[in-house]
Design a protein around this ligand. Structure first.
Ligand SMILES: [Zn+2]
Length: 255
């Protein structure tokens, strides 16, 4: 029997836990052994993982990252935008029309209706060249932030061991990720190389408090895992003194 780092209950779950969602390309060794996250918590936190996948999947698709269980790259989380692979070619369908359109794979893509997961795009042609441009926001949903904190906390369990992660000083982190209680400010830095890369580093420690740091796609993410998020003002001070304001951002937007 192992004790789960999320619900702190004994369990005999057989599955390993991918620390970064598999659909975004988790480094092979970056997993927690069976039972460190129980099956119940794994299922319960699926929606939180899904929020992270939804906001990162365009970048993952462009980088050619296979989806879960080695399925082909794809974009599935948007209303009027869909991407996939057909006859070994990647396709992207952005529907700004009033009616559904069909992808090369034969699936329907809804029209643009101005909904939250719809993408506004522009299409222009210059001679024989066509350009499609659009932009999407990431990090608007609280579930996305919970998903990032989940990754950071599981990275701590990976580097320091599950027994450290089970300590009561992380109860507020558990409560935020599992139930969305409270708030946990995050700092995001844009990686200077612009590559799609997933990677983690050992947590940073100050006194008895920890902060987790990892890279997801083109971002480096710093997560305060102290009980009352007391490290966060230090992150802010460091960023303001040492970095260009266009290189970093804080979440939530009003943090
Ligand atoms: Zn559990």
């Amino acid at each position: 029997m192992t004790v789960c780092i999320w619900c702190l209950r004994e369990n005999s779950t057989k599955a390993i836990e991918h620390i970064i969602p598999d659909a975004l390309g988790c480094p092979e060794e970056f997993v927690l052994t069976a039972g460190v996250v129980c099956e119940k918590c794994n299922n319960r936190l699926g929606q939180v993982d899904q929020a992270v996948i939804a906001d990162i999947e365009i970048s993952a698709f462009q980088a050619g990252v296979p989806r879960k269980n080695r399925k082909q790259p794809g974009i599935y989380s948007y209303g009027n935008l869909n991407g996939g692979v057909f006859e070994n070619e990647k396709f992207l369908v952005l529907n700004m029309d009033a009616n559904p359109v069909t992808t090369p794979r034969g699936t329907l893509v809804a029209p643009f209706r101005g909904r939250e997961r719809d993408v506004r795009g522009d299409f222009s042609t210059h001679g024989t060249e066509a350009t499609l441009s659009f932009s999407t926001d990431i990090g608007r949903s609280k579930k996305f932030r919970r998903g990032l904190v989940k990754i950071g906390f599981e990275a701590l369990a990976y580097y320091l061991g599950p027994s450290v992660a089970r300590q009561s000083q992380f109860d507020s982190v558990r409560s935020f990720v599992l139930h969305g209680r409270g708030e946990r400010p995050l700092m995001l830095t844009h990686a200077s190389d612009g590559d799609y890369k997933n990677q983690a580093w050992p947590p940073f420690k100050r006194g008895v408090d920890y902060a987790a740091t990892f890279r997801l796609a083109m971002m480096e993410i710093l997560i305060d895992l102290s009980p009352d998020a007391s490290l966060f003002p230090l992150f802010r001070e460091f960023a303001e003194q040492n970095m260009n304001s266009s290189e970093y951002t804080f979440l939530p937007a009003n943090a």
